[in-house]
Design a binder for this molecule. Structure first.
Ligand SMILES: Cc1ncc(COP(=O)(O)O)c(C=O)c1O
Length: 430
């Protein structure tokens, strides 16, 4: 229960969850685009951003698009055409089930529907908050015909990517990696570090305004296949055929990145390492500052993974949770001495002009996906209790959603401001 005190006052300037941090190069590249009049979806900034993205991440080709969501859409279309090459203008994934990360932003999943597919949600691993390998294995037992899996690297931490990929291979399924939040994160395979965004057959990153680096918007499709990169270039520019007029044989999209936006992201790239280092400092300071409280930080396997620490999050131990209920729109809690809950902490931080955020609400609990399948390590995750047998429905994602929250992780936050966030959290446990 929060015990207020006159000695803390609301901050004059809001501490944000994660806002853009600009440097000098961004404006220089924008100016260059103006001077050369490349105010369009082509130009040096687009070319250079693609080149440095592919080089940094370590993949053959990068195609600049208007958003990470557009990049994921292109991944879905490519995967759909590979699984079933018969032309399907109504959607390349029509009739296909797709296993999806459950605890993520809905932009991971919506592109499945853009191509007519049907998401089935795979429960979360409490060791890294990403897709559970055990639940994925169960899903292949229940739905053996599934040929596509999309995994997101939550909050900048890759999950068990190598194992997940192996399970996909064993079942003849393709893998898409949604690395929107994890640019710069690394995964160790046999002593060699490999960057996030290279583990899938098709991969996507995002330059959205809240990401580790930004173009204000924008995204990138990543692949080692020249043919796939060229298909995405074609589809994202209205799928024009080689003819002296506008000739179209397949459905196209207007998804290319703008040369101005690409200029901002290009300028940011030089500062990616610095942003990651600052995010890590923030994470470590929270870990230290909260260590004697009944909480833990968003976990990762220190030997196998180097996150980019995009968002620091915390999880309240069950025994320190006060009662909290959430409807589809509102949250209520019962204050209790010595205990707290995410709603109390978020509301208290907001009073002091500090922005936090709930954990992504799992997709299988979203009204839009209420009829889609959900698989846990025990098997089917829905309808597992009845009036006669008192079972407990397993649901790691909903448990993390209930007990966890995202802490302000803005790299412009000062040490003093972060100390105040920590102090407020401490007082919520009084
Ligand atoms: C996990 C995840 N996937 C996809 C996206 C979509 O990226 P964008 O906003 O660039 O479309 C985001 C972020 O916005 C994200 O966090």
């Amino acid at each position: 229960m929060f015990i207020g005190n006159e000695d803390i006052q609301p901050l004059k300037k809001k501490v944000l969850l994660a806002s853009p941090t600009m440097h000098e190069e961004e404006m220089r590249y924008i100016k260059e685009a103006f001077e050369k009049n490349w105010i369009t979806t082509a130009g040096d900034n687009v070319n250079e951003l693609e080149r440095i993205s592919a080089e940094y991440i370590g993949c053959g080709y990068a195609v600049g698009l208007s958003s990470g969501t557009a990049a994921l859409h292109m991944c879905m279309k490519l995967a759909g055409e590979k699984i079933n090459p018969v032309a399907r203008p109504e959607g390349a994934l029509t009739g296909q089930k797709v296993f999806c990360t459950d605890m993520t932003f809905d932009a991971t999943v919506n592109p499945v529907l853009y191509e007519g597919g049907c998401p089935v949600f795979i429960d979360t691993d409490d060791e890294d908050w990403n897709m559970s390998t055990e639940a994925l294995k169960k899903a292949f037992e229940i739905y053996p015909d599934t040929r596509l899996v999309i995994v997101a690297d939550l909050y900048g931490t890759p999950g068990k990517l190598e194992k997940l990929r192996k399970i996909c291979r064993e079942h003849g399924a393709l893998l898409i990696e949604d690395a929107a939040e994890s640019l710069g994160a690394k995964y160790n395979i046999d002593g060699k570090w490999q960057k996030a965004g290279t583990f899938g057959d098709y991969n996507a990153i995002s330059f959205n305004g809240n990401k580790i680096i930004t173009g204000s918007a924008g995204g990138m499709f990543l692949t080692d296949s020249e043919e796939d990169a060229n298909k995405v270039r074609k589809w994202s520019t209205q799928a024009r055929e080689a003819a002296p007029w506008y000739q179209h044989e397949e459905l196209g999209f207007n998804y290319r990145i703008s040369n101005i936006i690409a200029g901002i992201a290009r300028g940011q790239f030089a500062h990616l390492g610095e942003h990651i280092a600052k995010k890590k400092e923030i994470y470590d300071r929270y870990r230290k500052g909260l260590e004697d409280l009944p909480v833990s930080m968003n976990p990762y396997d220190e030997k196998a993974v180097e996150p980019n620490f995009w968002l620091s999050c915390m999880l309240i131990h069950q025994e320190a949770m006060c009662r909290q209920v959430r409807s589809d729109r509102e949250a209520l809690y019962v204050p209790e001495h010595g205990k707290t809950c995410p709603t109390e902490i978020l509301e208290t931080m907001a009073k002091y002009n500090i922005e936090g955020r709930p954990i992504w609400k799992p997709m299988h609990m979203q009204p839009i996906y209420r009829n889609n399948g959900f698989v846990t390590t025990s098997g089917k995750g829905r309808a597992m209790t009845n009036a006669y047998i008192s079972g407990k429905a397993e649901d790691v994602g909903m448990d993390i959603f209930a007990r966890g929250l995202c802490l302000p992780s803005d790299i412009k936050m000062t040490k003093e401001e972060q100390d105040m966030v920590i102090d407020i959290i401490r007082r919520c446990f009084e």
